[in-house]
Design a binder for this molecule. Structure first.
Ligand code: FE2
Length: 381
């Protein structure tokens, strides 16, 4: 057995962990560029949970707000601010969009080339500025990954920039930040985390280290996602969702994803579908497609989640897992087909061609051809 594992340096997990943000940051620098979502932090009523500890620790802050689905130009704007304002670290507070901008802006802080020239593996052998991740959603797992998913406005493509140095120095993972999240955000981000857990579990690059994290993340999500969605302020469910998102993020960073993620990016960018919603719609289709080669793995997840007894027939258990995913998607108010979220028949060949370029496809347990992708998209019309 042989594998590499990439882990965030330091994770502070738990309700109220943001109170430690000031002391953590003041050990790294004095002046921070704080990158947040345009609305989410303010709407959550949790701004003081971020600003108070920074003030107490006398950390100077410059704020930069990003829209959902950021582009590489947004990253370049943040990099300009890093230089103009002479900050010595970056703090990302938000969902995947804010964290990914913070990650790429910090990572590219010491080079001049535009971010848009770096899609794929970024050829840098040294860290940029240190950055601190404070996720406000239980979904993206960006606090644990080396990837920044961004839109290339020229080619209208969503793809990732990645570098092994891009993990945050510290990740402060505080479930309280998700407590007042609206149900539709809980549903979308929760499905993103569930997709990370399921796809990393069946990935061709999974290792015993990652499958342990993926399996436990699936168990925690299946047991808590509906309560978090339906009764938002149940603290335990928020806490377990946040924990699962972190664990699934570490598994994703080390094992990769699969065909859901390969398709979710081109579909999301074309129709403005939130990433987690695209994942939630596609996940049952891809699991059904993979059943023939991965039934044992899905049966394992069904048993781990107490959907079936450990002794259940594997084919039957795997099929129950797909039916569970379909029912969950319906219960959480997600469309059953991509067409209900905007998919047009005229676009499916272009979407399939873009998905074929995705690195995630190579991690999928069953080989996926262009014809397979077209069939899956046809089923979604
Ligand atoms: Fe994702």
């Amino acid at each position: 057995m042989m594998f590499d594992i990439l882990l965030p340096t330091r994770v502070l997990f738990g309700p109220g962990s943001t109170y430690r943000l000031g002391e953590e940051i003041s050990r790294i620098g004095k002046r921070a560029l704080v990158i947040t979502g345009r609305r989410s932090l303010a709407e959550s009523g949790q701004v003081e949970r971020i600003t108070n500890p920074l003030q107490i620790a006398k950390v100077e802050t410059v704020w930069f707000r990003v829209d959902p689905e950021p582009t590489v130009d947004t990253v370049d704007e943040a990099r300009r601010l890093i230089h103009e304002e002479k900050v010595d670290l970056v703090v990302g507070v938000g969902g995947g969009s804010a964290l990914d901008v913070a990650k790429a802006a910090a990572g590219l802080a010491k080079v001049d080339t535009p971010a848009g020239t770096f899609f794929g593996a970024v050829p840098l052998n040294a860290p940029g500025l240190p950055w601190v991740a404070v996720p406000t959603t239980a979904g993206s797992g960006s606090e644990a990954t080396k990837n920044a998913v961004l839109i290339d406005p020229e080619r209208k493509r969503k793809a990732s920039l990645r570098n092994e140095w891009w993990l945050p120095v510290v990740a402060v993972v505080d479930p309280i930040l998700t407590m007042s999240q609206p149900p539709e955000v809980t549903a979308g981000t929760g499905f993103d985390a569930l997709t990370h857990a399921v796809e990393s579990f069946t990935s061709r690059w999974a290792t015993p280290f990652t499958t342990a994290l993926s399996r436990e993340a699936v168990r925690l999500i299946t047991q808590n996602i509906y309560t978090a969605y339906d009764t938002g302020r149940v603290r335990a469910s928020r806490e377990y969702m946040m924990l699962a998102s972190l664990m699934a993020g570490i598994a994703l960073a080390n094992a990769g994803a699969g065909a859901v993620h390969a398709l979710a990016h081109p579909v999301g960018v074309r129709y403005g579908i939130p990433h987690g919603v695209a994942c939630g719609i596609l996940l049952p289709y891809i699991v059904r497609f993979n059943l023939a080669v991965a039934h044992d793995a899905y049966a394992d997840l069904a048993a781990a989640s107490a959907m079936v007894p450990l002794t259940a027939d594997k084919d039957e258990a795997a099929r129950k897992f797909v039916v569970y995913l379909e029912k969950l998607r319906d219960k959480l108010g997600l469309p059953a087909k991509l067409s209900e979220a905007g998919l047009k028949e005229a676009d499916i060949t272009e979407i399939a061609d873009e998905a074929l370029l995705s690195q995630s496809l190579s991690a999928n347990p069953r080989r996926v051809t262009r014809v397979d992708l077209l069939t899956i998209l046809q089923e979604n019309l």
